[in-house]
Design a protein around this ligand. Structure first.
Ligand SMILES: Cc1cc2nc3c(=O)[nH]c(=O)nc-3n(C[C@H](O)[C@H](O)[C@H](O)COP(=O)(O)O)c2cc1C
Length: 409
């Protein structure tokens, strides 16, 4: 059996990595490398004293980006502490000094790092990895207990050799273990972990001769957003695509040209999937005969006879078992009646109805129908529509997914 690739939980996650003026800041540089290897988006913020202990150039050259430490930089249209706190999916401070702990507890904001800390609305996004001499630790431990009660996550310091050479509690956790804690933080929030989502996308080609074909204007934007979101929610994604202007940044992409090829690849892969989303614009018709070579212009007028292609979704509807099956319906307007008929005929769990004008556009109106409900969406981006679809799948569908996503998370 093919070995599954290791899932990169931190890929595209916004990690704000902070550090105080503690001796274990040398480990922070390594932690930064580990985060980058996992393909996280990382920004570094140093306390005002950290930059006295280490030159920020070390971090900026590792990250190949600006390092933040100056609260009063000129030309800030929106202050950095606001930008950074809004940008971050997680704020990890390693090492967190005794001084920083005391300031956090007492709401002191006297540099960029402490001000950014105070700018976080959701304190559960913050992880502190304290590191200091044992006596210092004993003097700030109570503050740490208080910060924990506020929802802040703590990676407890370990017992071992300290900077002074003494043995005691105060060693910062090793970067590899801090990385695991950061991954665990995201794992808890991923409703599709362990699930496989198969998505079809783009336009198919139906060949008239060896060079000409019938196709459509599908851009593949919807499929791309669905695949990106599915992966961000923790799923393994199988992405089968025809012609497309855009592709998601995922590993498992299978390219096809015709409806026949798409059908073959879908039937080969659907058994691995828990959720199947048919977002491809599959041609409904294909030439009865494909001419070898190139039809000569001298022929003048020609008639191309077309026949219906196989309905892949309908076929899946018969075989789907407990899988969630999602289809799209593109019609002149938002035709709910026709969409409901399609839903029944193809045994779909959910159908997204969009008008012809949705083709190639970034924003569109749509309606999402599932069970007995209709959700009407006005002028939404394809990303927003993808979010609605996955929200419904994970919350409501009577499928094996039920219960994976807990309300309020
Ligand atoms: C070489 C050196 C190493 C230090 N290591 C630590 C440490 O590991 N933990 C700590 O809490 N303070 C340590 N300190 C003391 C802090 O740097 C000091 O309390 C400083 O005010 C902390 O500033 P900050 O928390 O704003 O970065 C160290 C100081 C020096 C000079």
């Amino acid at each position: 059996m093919k070995k599954r690739k290791r899932m990169r939980i931190l890929k595209n996650k916004n990690v704000l990595l902070g550090s105080g003026a503690g001796i274990s800041i040398y480990k922070t540089a390594y932690l930064l490398r580990l985060l980058k290897k996992e393909k996280a988006n990382v920004k570094v913020i140093l306390s005002k004293n950290a930059v006295k202990l280490i030159n920020p150039v070390l971090f900026s050259s590792l990250i190949k980006d600006e390092v933040f430490f100056d609260q009063f930089k000129p030309y800030q249209y929106k202050p950095d502490h606001i930008n950074l706190s809004e940008w971050a999916d997680i704020f990890i401070i390693a090492p967190c000094t005794a001084d920083l702990i005391s300031k956090f507890k007492n709401r002191i904001a006297d540099d960029l790092l402490t001000t950014t800390f105070l700018s976080f609305k959701d304190k559960s996004k913050i992880i502190l990895a304290p590191a200091m001499e044992e006596n210092m630790w004993n003097n700030v431990k109570n503050y740490v207990t208080e910060l924990k009660k506020e929802g802040i996550n703590i990676i407890e310091p370990k017992k071992g050799e300290l900077a002074s050479g003494k043995i005691g509690t105060g060693r910062m956790e090793e970067p590899e273990n801090i990385l695991k804690e950061i991954e665990n933080f995201f794992l808890k929030k991923l409703p599709l972990i362990g699930k496989t989502v198969l998505i079809t996308s783009g336009a198919t080609r139906e060949y008239i001769d060896d060079v000409r074909f019938i196709s459509n204007a599908s851009s593949g934007k919807m499929g791309k957003e669905l695949a990106t979101l599915a992966e961000n929610l923790g799923a393994d994604v199988i992405f089968i695509t025809g012609d497309s202007k855009v592709l998601p940044d995922i590993e498992n992409i299978i390219k096809v040209k015709t409806c026949k090829e798409l059908r073959e690849k879908v039937l080969k892969n659907y058994k691995k999937a828990d959720i199947i989303i048919g977002a491809a614009a599959v041609s409904d018709f294909t030439p009865v005969k494909k001419v070898k070579g190139k039809i000569k212009r001298e022929k003048g007028e020609i008639i191309i006879k077309l026949k219906k292609t196989d309905d892949i979704l309908e076929e899946l509807g018969k075989r789907k078992g407990k899988r969630v099956l999602v289809g799209f319906s593109l019609e002149k307007g938002i035709d709910i009646k026709r969409a409901k008929e399609k839903m029944k005929k193809k045994n779909l769990d959910l159908i997204v109805v969009n008008p012809l004008s949705a083709m190639e556009k970034d924003k569109t109106d749509a309606a999402v129908i599932y069970k007995k409900r209709i959700i009407r969406l006005k002028n939404k981006t394809k990303r927003e529509i993808a979010q609605h679809i996955f929200k419904i799948i994970t919350f409501h569908c009577n499928t094996p997914l039920r219960g994976v996503y807990r309300r309020g998370e």
